[in-house]
Ligand binder design. Sequence first.
Ligand code: SF4
Length: 557
Amino acid sequence: MRSYSLIKGAKILLSQEKGFQPSPKPSLPGIKICLAYPNSYFLGMSNLGFQLIYGMLSQRPNLICERVFLPSKDEEEEYRRTKSLLFSLESQIPIRDFEIIAFSLSFELDYLNILRILKLGKIPLFSQERGEDDPLIIAGGACTFLNPEPVASFFDFLVVGEGEEVILEIVELVGRGKGQGSRAKRELLKELSKIPGVYVPSLYEVSYKKDGTIKEVKADKGAPMRIKKRWVKKMSSPPFIITPNTSFKNTYLVELSRGCPFSCRFCMVRACYAPYRIRKKEEIISSINEGLRYTDTIGLLGAAVSAYPRLEEIISYLNEKSAKVKISSLYLGTLNEEIISSLKEGGQRTLTLGLEVGTGKMRRVINKKIDKKVIDLIAKYNFRQLKLYFMIGLPGEEEEDLRAIALLVQEILTILNSQTKVVVNVTPFIPKPYTPFQWVGMEDIKVIAGKLRFLRDFLRRDKRVELNLESSRWALIEAALSRGDRRVSEVIVKAEEKGGNFKDWQDAFEETNLTPSFYANRKREKDEVFPWQSIEGGLNRERLWKEYQKGLEIGDS
Ligand code: SF4
């Protein structure tokens, strides 16, 4: 049965897309690949990686590439009422009719939605339950670069590294094996495991010690012991879709750089996207010109946009063209007056700064340089809004460091024009894999909740401050998912069945004889076998350990 209201909803979304619009080609004989984003259309289409892969694959002849997103609650209800199978956005083909469904995983808390999408598509959840007629379920994205283990059992294989670099090799190999029967799938997976950057979890067996930590990981004959991360040597610029239904709203996105030249000890950008690469100015201008055919607003993207060496020239060019410019986040260590004034001239109303901490000691602990004088410069240009990001619960943080965050916000308020609104975002620190702080245990959530209360009470006195405090409970679940092992997949299944609220997660852990704190709060031994050890992240473990020790020494001083 087909639901006309669901089909109509898909057509409305498509009709609002501008820029790159591949024509549907459902009758082509080539491989059909459906890109799945485990959250709403709004969030999926705001995701650079998702747009990049879609733009790249959709341009290939003999390849059908469509998209699917998590339906809203009402749509989900409609799928159930009409017994419709979850279908793709472009041609409204049931997703189970594609040869490959490729998930993009950027956030651990989206893991439940993988299961929701598979269930609505009537596709078995675990790779070992799927037969020869089921599509290959695969995933890529930042979560798979760092630690795919908690979701590894759901996928036939995962892409470790930047998808643009490896996806065509995968499609070609799958295309060659198409229609070769039941033995072919097992053999195909073995063949796929030989492509650098492809991780086939079913070829690895994990055993555990009595204390719950990993004893060893054994690889099948022929499968690599460690999966080498792939990265793009020459960044290309596939076309982007512009739509009002994203956080960028009618903005054409142009990537300036990938990776980051800095090494903040808490940050996973370096682990995910090293090495730091920049695009040539001429290529960027050409992408900007392409974007200006559809809109007057250009979004410049990169982990630390203000570190791009010719940023002033790019912004001047945009100003000459009377284009509006949007930049997602700026690094204070490289921000100067020229950039700030050009941004103001280019119509940027909000500046976003990752200040992270309040004291010089904590800046040294996390290895992030911040020039506070830049705040005076920002104040000179009267932006409408300043968004500040802070982190609490970092190693070495003491009461005075927490208080310093509140005092720093107060100091900034006194410098800024009284019309400028300040949005303060505070997130609990989660020690991420492949960062120097991967050995650290996350702070207890009761302590974090107390710190958040302190900041709330201190900062809400000023009406110009809008406070966004991230929940300590959800940070605990996110930490457990980001540091978990394969056993966590059962927890995810149970949490989804129960509904997915915090209590459901707690019960799901308990019923599986696991605890979130085992993964999140436990300080790791130097030589512990990490669940993410099969991924060769590019950063040497010994070097990370030394960086960790350096951070701890500063914190203790
Ligand atoms: S926090 Fe920002 S500047 Fe530091 S490493 Fe991460 S992306 Fe780079």
